[in-house]
Design a protein around this ligand. Structure first.
Ligand code: ME8
Length: 524
């Protein structure tokens, strides 16, 4: 169990949203999952015991309808399509520890226990719902929230179609939680990130909360309400519960739950902040459970300036990006291009430019120049340095100091800033190569050349270790070329303690970051 696994290190539990299986995985899903993977890998390298969860949301009206369109039973349909999300995770090198499907027995048990707990505490009552529902969003909307669509039609604020629903329904007493939710946000300033989302949630809650309909009777594809099988649970109470199911709930005494709940971070897109930052902590507190520590909502991608949508037909297929640009290159681009938390635009020109300038020119060229000079001039082994000059010390100090700079940035999900800081050191190292000109030292002062190349190799070791969370494959290749053993690639190996040992034989260097050459006819 978890405790046996790693009793000494600190736990870190990070989750992605669970994705609706009816959709084909696209860049948006890839983005959320990737950001969690980057964080999970960073934390593991930093000595944490990480539990990283992703999975699929398989119940509800939307999925039921999709199964009917496919001419399949809902169960056969979800069994078939949930694999798409598992495959995407594998294809982009995602290091999740668990993959949850809401149709699993462990999840039904968790949902029903949570429901019983809420009912026993009088947090749920039977009534009837009459109002608007958007199947695409699986969300209820008040009349005042609707917006005008074409031909006088009323639409959800997201643009989704709404239908009038009237049926018996259980309600959760959300209206009673306003003050306690505001106190939660007040007492935990980091509970919601970024700040713009925090402000949005606080003003929504200050505006007053209505009791929330939490069951449906007009379709059957969901978790049955305990003792009232005419009702299935509202898909969001079912979906949110996945985060505790995967921590072992209802067994709150088990090692997994005690170690990992409350979760450190629920990563989500901005579209589902209300569910995670309002409903979910209210459900948990109402059931006597702890709310998560933090919810971070990232922005949305557009494609060459246009909203991504199936009907427009401009969905970005992540597999297409991996084939064309490479998995690590795509991972780097997604984490570097857009300030994390803001909306961003995908363009072919932007990704090609990142690949060619940041990866091929900056990091790739640095590694290639240094490693091939060592290969040719230092007997293909780590060179023996003499005394370091002030310039050498300055370069090494910037490499040694990087972890302290980037750790708080990763902890704040400011991935773009962390990469900026790392690339600043890459810039320093490239300038250092130019000013030290080891190729001229080769004849004039071979000892000095060895010192310069050593300082550079040691800097590259730091860079490769620190960039591993973003580009695991490429960094593994760089570290192989520096003959850094697999067990010596954690953040504990940074600094002088893990320094390269002079005389260690090095393999033949090879380029890790090729330039991207645009295909003929490709848009520039
Ligand atoms: O909402 N840009 O699932 P979902 C960035 N099942 N991210 C995007 C995006 C875009 N254009 N489009 C989608 C659900 N996303 C529920 C979640 S959790 C308990 C239940 C990402 O399949 C973003 O993270 O609609 C968004 O929150 C998620 O996909 C929605 O996935």
């Amino acid at each position: 169990m978890a405790e046996e696994r790693d009793a000494g290190s600190k736990p870190f539990y990070v989750t992605t949203p669970i994705y609706y299986v009816n959709d084909v995985p696209h860049i948006g899903h890839a983005y959320t999952t990737l950001s969690c993977d980057v964080l999970a890998r960073f934390k593991r390298l930093d000595g944490f015991d990480v539990h990283f969860l992703t999975g699929t949301d398989e119940h509800g009206q939307k999925v039921e309808t999709a199964s009917q369109v496919a001419g399949m039973t809902p169960q056969a349909f979800v069994d078939k399509v949930s694999g798409n999300f598992r495959d995407l995770a594998a294809a982009m090198n995602i290091s999740n520890d668990d993959f949850i499907r809401t149709t699993e027995d462990r999840h039904t048990a968790a949902c029903q226990q949570l429901w019983r707990e809420l009912a026993a505490r009088d947090e749920i009552y039977l009534g009837s719902y009459a109002g608007w529902y958007a199947v695409r969003d699986e969300a209820y909307y008040a009349e005042g929230e609707l917006v005008d669509g074409p031909e006088g039609k009323k639409l959800a604020p997201s643009g989704a179609e709404v239908e009038w629903v009237e049926e018996p329904s259980y309600f959760f007493r959300l209206s009673a939680w306003q003050d306690r939710l505001l106190a939660l946000y007040e007492d935990n300033p980091d509970f919601i990130g970024p700040d713009s989302r925090r402000n949005e949630v606080i003003s929504f809650v200050k505006g007053g909360l209505f009791d929330l309909s939490v069951s449906r009777t007009s379709f059957a594809w969901g978790v049955p309400v305990p003792d009232d099988p005419a009702h299935v649970m509202y898909v969001w109470i079912d979906a949110l519960t996945n985060y505790i199911t995967a921590a072992g709930y209802p067994d709150t005494d088990c090692a997994l739950y005690r170690r990992f709940w409350p979760a450190d971070l629920h990563m989500i897109g901005k579209d589902i902040i209300r569910f995670h930052a309002v409903y979910w902590p209210a459900f948990l507190m109402a059931a006597g459970l702890e709310p998560p520590k933090r919810v971070f909502a990232h922005g949305w991608w557009t494609n060459e300036g246009q909203k991504i949508s199936k009907s427009v037909g401009n969905i970005i297929d992540p597999y297409d990006l991996f084939d064309r640009y490479g998995v690590d290159q795509t991972r780097y681009f997604l984490m570097r291009e857009v300030p994390f938390g803001n909306d961003g635009d995908f363009s072919r020109r932007a990704i090609a430019s990142r690949i060619n300038s940041d990866l091929a020119n900056d990091l790739g060229n640095l590694a290639q120049r240094v490693l091939s000079m060592i290969g040719k001039n230092c007997g293909a082994a780590v060179p023996q340095p003499a005394a370091f000059s002030a310039d050498d010390d300055a370069l090494l100090a910037s490499a040694h100091g990087l972890l302290d700079t980037v750790r708080p940035l990763f902890d704040a999900q400011a991935f773009h800033k962390a990469l900026e800081a790392i690339w600043a050191v890459i810039g320093d190292a490239n300038r250092y190569v130019d000013t030290q000109a080891p190729w001229t030292l080769r004849k004039t002062d071979p000892e000095r050349m060895a010192t310069v190349l050593y300082a550079l190799a040691e800097t590259i070791r730091h860079l490769a270790i620190l960039v591993q969370p973003i580009m695991p494959e490429s960094c593994a290749r760089l570290l192989d070329q520096l003959a850094v053993e697999e067990g010596a690639r954690g953040f504990g190996d940074l600094g002088p303690a893990g320094a390269l040992r002079p005389g260690t034989a090095l393999p033949k260097p090879e380029g890790v970051f090729p330039r991207y050459i645009e295909e003929e006819g490709e848009e520039g």
